[in-house]
Design a binder for this molecule. Structure first.
Ligand SMILES: [Zn+2]
Length: 476
């Protein structure tokens, strides 16, 4: 997931470097699939993948793409690789199948920085210790990449006939907005998505709280709108204050904005999400989550909600956090220009133009508003064979688990594909222990070896049912 506050847009025409390996027949074609050795391989691949430094910035995802390229070469699988900018590699490979709409298994190669002073191991060690694999990317999201790889190669090695194309895809730059990765591919290689109807990506999955497992499959996310506000005024010396100047205009506008409440409401996808998790919460939340619309107008309840769970609360309205300020670079100089940046997240059914008009009205005429980044809202339907398959496989593995379609407050690359009308789900077949969840963008990021092994079997089962026309695992 991205939590970046930096923004870079590719403003150049990038050079495509494509490498296509010569296809050769796998020597182990139609061999029996040995799930256990595939799981062993997956653990080793994950350790190797974590050791490749793809910290963004700068990303250097080409090194990660080459890791996959080496594996595809050895397997005799055709692949293609392209850089959106020097070092910003993307790679994909396709197994051709029948005429059903194809599926993309997507993950991002880049990871966020890690401060090794707060880790008990080198963040790029991939160390296997006490049943855990440690390293930046273990949860976000190199493990999902390896689960996809293992599944893809299982289908390739067994030459399983497919009813649809299955595409493995690893991209750059998600952590900084995806404009050099998924966004760039959508823009520059639309041909890749011509026959694609489905996509599995990060953004959902399981959590394990003391043995109670809950899965969420992300169907939509709040839409980021990042704004830069600028106030201008007469400059001067700090010793002779003016009646009004850029800083005071900005402070007054931000104060109006701070006090402004965006109207809370419960959209259908959020009600489904809250109803699905209600019985996992104590009263009074259990009752409130079951009928959130009844409470959403009650300012007192909503305030309690924000304290109880800020992440879920944020799903009931458009939100903004005031995050950056820049004024004079000298204490005694009244700057002619002051800026602030605001991280806003819109409900997925919000008309952005109407919302922007509301923002401008609150800020007033003294403030210039620039949209740094804004995506289009979209929700993926749960009425699909893929949804039913993922749900069934998950509940076979975890019969007591909750399984809900989820709205998430953060964002992933999925919006690029929802814009193309591709049904995109956030789902990783892992049940992350609750105590490890803080490792996402935090310290000592780690995944259990069990999650990797089980995740391989589950992901393969999902693809076997969704895309294969004969069993893959049957030959065990
Ligand atoms: Zn991520």
């Amino acid at each position: 997931m991205s939590h970046s506050n930096s923004l870079r847009r590719p403003l150049f025409i990038p050079l495509i470097l494509a490498f296509v390996s010569t296809a050769s027949t796998p020597s182990n074609a139609r061999a029996q699939l040995d799930l256990e050795s595939l799981q062993d391989e997956a653990v080793t691949w994950l350790q190797e993948y974590i050791r490749i430094n793809t910290i963004n910035p700068p990303g250097n995802e080409t090194a990660g793409a080459e890791f996959f390229a080496r594996i595809f070469e050895a397997e005799g699988v055709e692949y293609e690789m392209a850089e959106s900018a020097p070092g910003r590699g993307n790679i994909w490979a396709r197994l051709e199948g029948g005429d059903e709409p194809g599926i993309v298994l997507l993950h991002h190669i880049d990871v966020v920085p890690a401060d090794e002073r707060f880790w008990t191991t080198d963040p790029l060690s991939g160390e296997l210790r006490d049943g855990y694999i440690y390293g930046r990317g273990a949860l976000d999201t190199k493990t999902s990449g390896i689960l996809h790889l293992a599944t893809f190669l299982a289908l390739a090695r067994t030459e399983t006939p497919l009813n649809r194309d299955v595409v493995f895809m690893a991209t750059a730059d998600e952590e900084a907005g995806g404009f050099f990765g998924a966004g760039w591919l959508v823009e520059n290689r639309p041909d890749l998505f011509g026959n694609i109807g489905f996509l599995l990506n990060e953004g959902g999955g399981g959590s394990d709280v003391d043995g109670t497992v809950n899965f969420g499959l992300e169907v939509t996310q709040k839409v980021p709108y990042w704004l830069r506000l600028t106030a201008t005024g007469e400059p001067g010396h700090g010793s002779r204050p003016l009646v009004s100047y850029a800083s005071t205009k900005m402070i007054a506008a931000l104060e109006r904005f701070r006090l402004h409440q965006f109207e809370p409401r419960v959209i259908p996808a959020v009600q489904v999400h809250l109803s699905g998790i209600a019985n996992r919460h104590p009263e009074p939340w259990q009752s409130r989550f079951s009928e959130m619309a009844k409470y959403v107008g009650d300012a007192e309840v909503m305030r309690e909600f924000q304290i109880y769970d800020p992440g879920l609360h944020a799903l009931t309205r458009n939100t903004c956090s005031i995050t950056r300020f820049e004024g004079s670079n000298k204490i005694n100089v009244v700057s002619p220009e002051v800026t602030a940046e605001i991280d806003c997240r819109l409900l997925p059914d919000q008309d952005p133009d109407a919302w922007l008009a509301e923002v401008r009205a609150v800020l007033g005429p003294d403030i210039e508003v620039e949209v740094l980044m804004g995506f289009t809202p979209a929700v993926s339907s749960t009425d699909t064979e893929l949804y039913r398959t993922v749900r069934a496989v998950t509940l076979e593995e975890f019969p007591d688990a909750g399984f809900v379609p989820q709205v998430v407050g953060g964002f992933t690359d999925s919006h690029f594909f929802r814009d193309l009308d591709i049904t995109s789900y956030g789902y990783t077949a892992t049940a992350t222990p609750a105590e490890d969840a803080g490792g996402v963008h935090g310290n000592d990021e780690r995944v259990t070896e069990l999650d990797v092994r089980r995740g391989v079997a589950m992901t393969l089962k999902i693809l076997e049912r969704f895309a294969a026309t004969r069993p893959v695992l049957e030959e065990l």
